[in-house]
Design a protein around this ligand. Structure first.
Ligand SMILES: [Zn+2]
Ligand SMILES: [Zn+2]
Length: 117
């Protein structure tokens, strides 16, 4: 699941903030992770001569931010066991026999309640 999530994370980071998004494959809505500020954004803007140093720190912090975004996304996305797509909680239904995405549940006439309405 973590690998699946990581492969769906899109980088929305700016020089000041790290942020990632994931698109639900059923409704197409984007979810954005909480943005995490780059700790050296000010210094990096002021000290151009140290660009390589700050770039390295930026990349390191970005890796961590990406892991945090992956953790956060785990609480909001599920993988449908039938179509294998990554779907948001509003599109993932808790059904009697197995939890399914809205589309698969509809096709099989399973009824259920969304994880998050
Ligand atoms: Zn959705
Ligand atoms: Zn499905």
């Amino acid at each position: 699941m973590t690998n699946l999530l990581s492969s769906h994370l899109e980088d929305r980071s700016t020089p000041q903030y790290f942020c990632f998004s994931i698109r639900c494959e059923v409704c197409g809505e984007f979810w954005y992770s909480s943005s995490i500020p780059f700790s050296k954004a000010l210094q990096a803007a002021e000290h151009r001569e140290k660009k390589e140093l700050y770039d390295a720190i930026y990349q390191r912090e970005k890796q961590r931010a990406m892991q945090a975004a992956g953790q956060e996304a785990r609480e909001r996305f599920s993988q449908c066991p039938i179509c294998r797509r990554l779907v948001c909680d509003a599109c993932f239904l808790i059904c009697d026999e197995m939890d399914l995405c809205r589309e698969c549940a509809g096709r099989m006439e399973e009824s259920g309640e969304p994880v998050a309405p």
